[in-house]
Design a protein. Sequence first.
Length: 483
Amino acid sequence: MDISAISALTTDFYELTMMQGYYLSGENPQVVFDMFYRTNPFEGGYAVFAGLGDLLPQLEGLNFSESDISYLRSLNMFDDGFLDYLAGYKFHGDIYSMKEGTIVFPGEPLVRIHTSLMDAQLIEGLLLNTINFQTLIATKSMRVCSAAKGGAVMEFGLRRAQGIDGALSASRAAFVGGAALTSNTIAGKVFGIPVGGTMAHSWIMAYESELEAFREFARIYPNNCILLIDTYDTLGSGIENAIKVGLEQKAKGLRIGVRIDSGDLSYLAREVRQRLDDAGLTDATICVSNDLNEQIISTLVSDNVPIDSWGVGTNLVTGGTQSALGGVYKLCAKQRADGSFEPTMKISNSYAKTTNPGIKQVYRFYDADGLAIADLIALDDEDIEAGQDIMFYHPFSDSDFFLLKADKYVSCEKLLVKVMDNGNLVFPKRPLKEIQDFAKADFSKFHRSYKRFMNPHIYKVSLSQNLKSLKHDLILKSKGIMK
């Protein structure tokens, strides 16, 4: 499956009608757009940026096929000259982005697009669709894996995901967030994610007896023998037959695992562990599934329930309690006739929806222990570096600010890096396992108070003094108070 083979029709229709309007009016300046989100998902303290590895090759290969052009012509809304332009279309733009796997926060530009106005409009839907969904699922996966505290999380969501394409993207994002493997075989092929699974209840029901089903599975898969024990009676026939097969495997130098997919997982796992240990199968593992989420897993782990691995499906690949991230894509600068860029901003009655103007960079500051202190959104041409006293201004409040003294941090880094130049990839493509490792490492740089499921501490994301002043001046100009 070629994930770069995306039709340029993967866009909202009004993007095409606006593009034609710009084309016919000759209005196509160079612009800068930001993609960001306003509220952390799941009432949590962070998000995990994901989807970039899918988005960039899609943009690089974006085009209109002959059948795409024929379809647009059949709508009788598009000028022949504009359709000829689309027939030769290639994305020409520069992209600056967070590295995939970065821990991110509301208001921060995750992706910054420098391109023509027509290009910028066309790619909006594809960009938001890819980044919003995969960031949501990667964040959910990080929460689930954090709750498991080292226990392996297996993503079992194919049959519950939103369509085949949703399942594939969800498997990728779940792995970025920390899942150990997927049941989705095509995701294994496309992305190199480890694949795995156990057995279905139908396997056991297909044989004359549960014991026969277990023995046959152990014979065929001696090195990957996880037995589903709740088809008939978990603490009756299920665990007793699993122990019989487990002892037979132990005599051959092999071991088994069991999976519980229903019932009171806390009670059943404890009882099953005791039965296995009493039988001498102390190395047998216990896997559980059944509509798990991070809250259930966290409770079981906190109660020291003896569970080794977790199969999570619906609540992982769909987002569970939250269906979308809600990321947006806003114009923040456009080129003047003299070639310079004029900052732009959307001004709303809701201050939270008033955007930050200008071409921006995001800086992250670290203390002596390597923990992140705060992020600063600054104008791209500002000189921000370690060793300075820096003012941090609240994004919404004029009276809320603090001074970060030079002796309170040891380093800072730019988070937006150039990944595409004139429509061509310039950032090395990273294997998905490398992105997963990066996400885990980045997550470790934040204090546990930001990671709580309930009432997490709010990580500080602030504006630089120059950006704050620019935003304030543009608001005053919009009201006719300042020229």
